[in-house]
Write a protein that binds this ligand. Sequence first.
Ligand SMILES: *[C@@H]1O[C@H](CO)[C@@H](O)[C@H](O)[C@H]1NC(C)=O
Length: 214
Amino acid sequence: MTFTLWLLLWFCGVTLAQDVLPQTEETTETGSCFPNMCKFLKEFGAMKEKQETIKEKQEAMETRQKETENQVLELKKKDASNIAFSAATGGSGTLGPFNTDTTLIYRRVIINVGNAYNQHTGIFAAPVPGIYYFIFLYHATGSQVVNLTLMKNNDVVVATYDHKTSHDGADNGGNAAFLQLQQGDHVYVRMYANSHIWQNDHITTFSGVLLRPL
Ligand SMILES: *[C@@H]1O[C@H](CO)[C@@H](O)[C@H](O)[C@H]1NC(C)=O
């Protein structure tokens, strides 16, 4: 805007000057022109060149900025891929049987890298899309039913159970699965009604790890 205005004023000046004192024509590489005009054309050419150099520099800077942004994204991705947890139920003795299905809450955290597992709800929430691995193992008394499933949102993924028996003192079992998760998917262990597990700091556990972000 300022430049256009300046140009307009300059042209008026040239026109006036020409009216007052007639100027002689000159020959330059841009063809024949009045001295003022020649000077202007030369300056204009230099300015244009300068502007092009600035534009090139700006483009180079933008490219470099894009590269930096990509590197930051990669680093963020790498950081987000450190997801792993292991937790035990804590407490002591039998947990259950209850007359409704419950989510097993593993309150004693062993590790929780990335904080994707919630020790208060028992729910793991996938922070990034990827391939994950989960394993849950239980200890229980032999005289009661065990009926657990690994859940992905509202779907059963894998299950483990043990029937009521009078002749074995204790049971151990579990199951595991690889899962492809979207960001925000929930994974947890469901304990069905009328079943139970044995709890302490070390024996009934739930673990998960992100193998590969997608
Ligand atoms: C586990 O619980 C589910 C839901 O109540 C039931 O359908 C299933 O038969 C149970 N499994 C065993 C072995 O009791």
